[in-house]
Structures are given as structure tokens and as C-alpha cells.
Design a protein. Structure first.
Length: 259
């Protein structure tokens, strides 16, 4: 039984192919101008890696912002449910999932089967999202990966207090102009982001164990700051954290076939 999940988000698209309950391939790309184009490109790449074609899929579920515009999907499910399902499938003990995407942040509670119990979402402001980190990295003149590695080397994180991305950018630029160390500015940015995520997670409550999904989970600086502020150990995903939404969609597809 070959099933697939396709996640078309605001900044990236992911596809996961599963065969008899095991991941056999996945792909991640930057989004194209249209959701259906993103879905087609990422799915074809994942299928090619698996030595398959679209006709070889028994069932496919789409998720993400563009989930309703994917012509080859048999059904669609919200990314909130898919991230919860995918994370708990990989780490069965997980009950709280923090998903930081390109343009939103979600705190998700799941049960022992990965089913959604509760969630809260911030999609009104870029603060606390991947887009926030993109803006800050450009302000500092470094890449996203360098922003993460810089912060880990900091010995004196600088306070970044603004609640708005635009004002935070101004704060960071002031530090640059004052000649402050880039590592300390980067660490302050990560701590500011972690505080925003904490405020969101606190509204549904943290139940152990905790994991983080989405592209921002690859940022070791944010991860470290979040662990310190939440006072928890965040479980590391055994697969790329950016594919968890697509993985959850594939698991839902498998469950649908089993019915």
C-alpha cells in the first residue's frame, strides 16, 4: 500500500511517500507562484526518488495553505491535525507539538494516538515565525543558517524588547550601528522569538513530552532559547522536522486506506 502526503505552505512545499507504513522518500522545495504547481513539482520529485509515478499511489492527502487546490489529492486535512499526527507517530510519547511555520506559529495538544485535542495559532503577525527570522537575518546581513550558528556562540545576548517585527528590525539595526557583536544580537533575536512562542504555548498549557516541527525547528539557537524559557527538553525529531505536516497527511492517507 503506497500512500502520500503533500503539504503546500506559505514558503515551502513538502511531499512524503510511504509504503506499508514506512517512509520511502520525501522532498522539500520553495513554493512556486501557484499551489498546484508547488504540489506537482514537490510530489514528482518525491515520487522520482522512490522510483514511482503518480499512478502508483493508492491514496494521497493534501495539507497546508494550498491543500484545497491540489488536483491529484484524494482528500485534504488541516495542517494542524497533520503536524500533530506526524509528530506523535515519530515520537509516541509526544503530547505537545510546537509548529513554527513560515508565516504562523501553532501550539498543538495531541492524545496517545496523535489525534488533535486542542490548539492555538498566531497568524496575525510575523513575530514568532520563520518570516521573522528571514527579516532579521537580512537585517544582520547573514544567511538563516549563519544566524543560528552565530547565536550559539553568544556570551551576552542583547535585549530585544519590541513586540512587532518592524520595530525589532529597527532595534537590531541600532545594535549593528553601535558596533555590538553579531552573535549577541542574533542571540537576542532568538530569545525574543522564544518568548513569543512561549506566550502562545502557555495559553494551551504544556504537557510532556514536547517537540518542535517546521523549518524553524532546524534553528539550534531558537531551539536552545525555547528550551531555556519553557524549562523543558524539546525532543529532537528523528526525521527532518520540516516534513512532519506532509508525513501526518501520509499517515492519515494510510489510515483511510485501512478503513
Amino acid at each position: 500500500m503506497v500512500v502520500a502526503g503533500c503539504d503546500v505552505g506559505s514558503l515551502s512545499a513538502e511531499a512524503v511517500i510511504m509504503d506499508n507504513g514506512s517512509i520511502i522518500s520525501f522532498e522539500i522545495i520553495k513554493v512556486r507562484p501557484r499551489p498546484e504547481q508547488s504540489a506537482g513539482d514537490v510530489m514528482n520529485a518525491a515520487l522520482s526518488k522512490a522510483g514511482l509515478t503518480l499512478g502508483g499511489l493508492d491514496y494521497c492527502i493534501s495539507t497546508g495553505y494550498g491543500r484545497e487546490k491540489i488536483p491529484f489529492a484524494n482528500d485534504n486535512i488541516s495542517e494542524i491535525s497533520c503536524h500533530g499526527k506526524g509528530a506523535q507517530w515519530l515520537i509516541p510519547s509526544v503530547r505537545t507539538v510546537i509548529d513554527v511555520g513560515g508565516q504562523d506559529c501553532k501550539a498543538i495538544s495531541v492524545d496517545e494516538n496523535g489525534n488533535l485535542l486542542n490548539f492555538i495559532m498566531n497568524d496575525k503577525c510575523a513575530a514568532g515565525t520563520g518570516r521573522f527570522l528571514e527579516v532579521m537575518s537580512k537585517t544582520l546581513g547573514v544567511g538563516l543558517e549563519e544566524l543560528a550558528s552565530l547565536a550559539v556562540r553568544s556570551k551576552n545576548p542583547l535585549p530585544v524588547t519590541s513586540q512587532c517585527s518592524i520595530f525589532t528590525e529597527t532595534e537590531a539595526m541600532c545594535y549593528v550601528n553601535e558596533g555590538e557583536k553579531m552573535a549577541d544580537i542574533a542571540a537576542g533575536i532568538n530569545q525574543a522569538m522564544a518568548r513569543r512562542v512561549k506566550a502562545l504555548v502557555g495559553r494551551i498549557g504544556i504537557v510532556d513530552e514536547v517537540c518542535m516541527t517546521g523549518g524553524v525547528a532546524k534553528n539550534s539557537g531558537v531551539l536552545k532559547s525555547l528550551e531555556e524559557i519553557l524549562q523543558v527538553t524539546i525532543k529532537k525529531m528523528p526525521e527532518d522536522p520540516q516534513i512532519i505536516g506532509a508525513l501526518g497527511a501520509a499517515i492519515f492517507a494510510k489510515e483511510e486506506m485501512q478503513k
